[in-house]
Design a protein around this ligand. Sequence first.
Ligand code: AMP
Ligand code: MG
Length: 403
Amino acid sequence: MIDFATAQAQLAQSVRPLPAIPIGVRQAVGRRLASDVRAACDVPPFDKSMMDGYAVSHRSLATSGGRLKLAGKIVAGQMPTRPLEPGQAIVVMTGAPVPTGADAVVMLEHVHTDGDSDHIHVSAQEVRTGQHILPAGQIFSAGQVVVPAGRLITPQSVGLLLETGVPNVTVYPLPRVAVLTTGSELCPAESEPGPGQIRNTNGPLLVSLLSQYAQVLDLGIARDQRDELTELLRRGLDADMLVVTGGVSTGEFDLVPGVLDRLGVTPVFHKVALKPGKPIWFGVAEGREPRCLVFGLPGNPVSSLACCVLFVFQALRYLAGGDRIPYRRARLTTDHLIRGDRPTFWPAAAEDAGEHAMVRPLTWLGSADQRCLAETNCLAYFPRGDQTYGAGESIEVVPLSVW
Ligand code: AMP
Ligand code: MG
């Protein structure tokens, strides 16, 4: 058995980012950028009027005593056909390019016409050079970084990237993750268990957790039987990652490590000092394309969840070029007694309360008790050793997410 920090270090050493791929910006939401995105054009592409009004020249206003001759109209979507001459004003609509020679836009509301349809009157004092004009390239100039490498593409960055003339980006691909549930006692969760059977809840739990970040292939349920396990595990090894639940402890029917060994998967670690999740198994199938990361998670539901969050989520983050998942800090809402020789990741509910995040350890009877999972949104970390933590004490919490 190794300690948690050693297991994390070995995991970090074993996972390499997936080769990055080009993808359409609209399809890239939720993916991490593998390289900087630079603007392909100036934004805005031309000096742009931000108001409906008149394009004028500040200097010419002063010399003409504020009386300007109307010399045409530019609507959004058109380019000016001639420059603004001294003594002239040109009508511009919001979003229209401002003609050369103009250095300000005066709002319709700030102009007097005196019933004269050919001329406008504008007071030079009311006009500031540059007003209501967004100069070409002010938001981005071509070549500037729009979104740096490592960022997640969000819905709100889609419009931005497209505005800068970038239809495709380079991202880490969605990993392909196979999930195999093992256990002769399991029946499909939607059917009625026969005598001695229980519903397979880990499979659906893991598929749900992983579908947030991966393309998941559900391989279903394998009985604790060598041939059946061999067949399904072999299929799972074609993915970037194979997540197995059950059958990794030391009982007579915990056949998964042995079968993986025979399939040529190199073990990295088996059994980690933590609670829940001690039996966890991790190995890598090398010499194949893609190389496959294999996780054997213990069958008890809360162990399965905790190991998925602590190891599998971390690996998903590394596959996308990421770093360690940051654990947050939060203050305990109540006293909490911890006993044991292993660090504990206790199901808990964290919430922001003013300046500090607060965390409430939930009532939890152990790895088989998933009743608390309806409220769980993090795992509260307690180092090994018997200790009572006091209400208000600051502890580390692990979010149930990759990002
Ligand atoms: P194992 O790690 O295979 O020894 O499983 C430990 C215990 O977890 C079993 O005795 C079952 O009660 C439970 N268990 C295993 N697999 C599942 C599953 N897929 N869904 C729900 N409970 C499970
Ligand atoms: Mg089992």
